[in-house]
Design a protein around this ligand. Sequence first.
Ligand code: ADP
Length: 445
Amino acid sequence: MPTHIRSAWFRTLGQLLAVLAAGVLLGLLLDQVWLLLTVAALAVVAWHYWRLRRLLVRLTARQRVQPGKGEGVWNELDRLLYRGQSEMRMRKRRLLDMLRAYRAAADALPDAVVVVDRNTQRVQWFNKAATRLLGLQHADLGSAVGECLQPLALSHWLAAGRNAEPLLDAASPADPELRINLRLIPYSDEHWLLVARDVSKMLRLEQMRQDFVANVSHELRTPLTVIHGYLDMLDPAEAPEWAPILSEMQKQSQRMTQLVEDLLTLSRLEAQDSLPDESVAMASMLATLRREAEALSQHRHVLTVVDEAGVDLLGSNKELHSAFSNLVGNAVRYTPAGGSISVRFAREGDGAVLSVQDSGYGIPQAHLPRITERFYRVSTSRSRESGGTGLGLSIVKHVLHLHQARLEIQSEVGRGSVFSIHFGAERVHPRESDTLRAPAQSQPA
Ligand code: ADP
């Protein structure tokens, strides 16, 4: 026990004894010792009762206890309670200030933030940007978030909870002109954070970029055709000293034409949300791929085409052919003479997989995550030499995205690569006639 508390106890005890002694002395004088001792004891009890009652009344009424000036235990208790209350108030004020600062920060965010109760899916709090981007009003507090954000259809998305993929490029319920991305972040056992970001500007810029590339490519097409045409008309036999220059010019103009065509293909694919669902006859597709590979390889490689799926695909004939032939073309171009290339179409669960395997240069692991980016090349010189534009795998990625298919790449430097395209069950359908199957089962070229 601290010394000041101990001395307060002794002082109160001293006071108690003094009152009782005064009672006894008065009792002796008046010859009524027991009576006056009892009166003195009752007075002490009454005084303590009064102090206790006063304290209880103040605490019940949440009144501030005033620090006592005296030295007894009651004054000491008043002082301790006063100190506790002051500390509590200060802590409360600090917490309130912090809460206000956090709210002000959340309000200053350009993104809409909505706190949603996880069990009831009701709105618990939202910041200012949520009013601008999602149209939430004060009256929406406590309402179901799905209903507040109508006409956005969020029920399935909210039901997915923790596994909900971000909703990209949705129209804002507050203003259909605004495009937003929505994300659901479960941050505690009871709460979700729904975050909406205005992506209108980014999408506009992206659209401008796409239009720019498409327009430039389109404008370049005609002059290139003219240059290419005139170059073809020039006869190197008439000026043999110009022959190597002419041949280089033809090669470069061809490369430029291919680049422009690839850029236009990419722009066209980017502008599309879906492609027609045609039946893609895989037997004839594989036969075409084989012919193209043979033409490109010029007997420098061992080619194998295996068709063991016994099913066809659903999708765009033209775009799937472009994706497949890009992979086959790459396999030929990045495999030195004498290597082998094998194209295989097989079932995989309820879906199907088309894989193109080569025994070529291979790709270092570090490059694999970025290999499908535009103009991304492992070796620029090798790609140029082989006539590549750096856009082939980008085109493949876009085509596959439009078919909800997935590209998997396995590669080892010096040993070769396998590019596999995985199609889901919804992209596979029974082959109408098995007679087409025979020609694709090819032997090495
Ligand atoms: P490019 O027109 O340059 O071939 P792509 O987008 O088709 O462009 O391919 C990107 C890069 O990936 C290529 O430059 C090449 O380095 C690498 N690559 C693609 N396919 C293969 C392959 N089968 N073997 C080795 N490297 C490959």
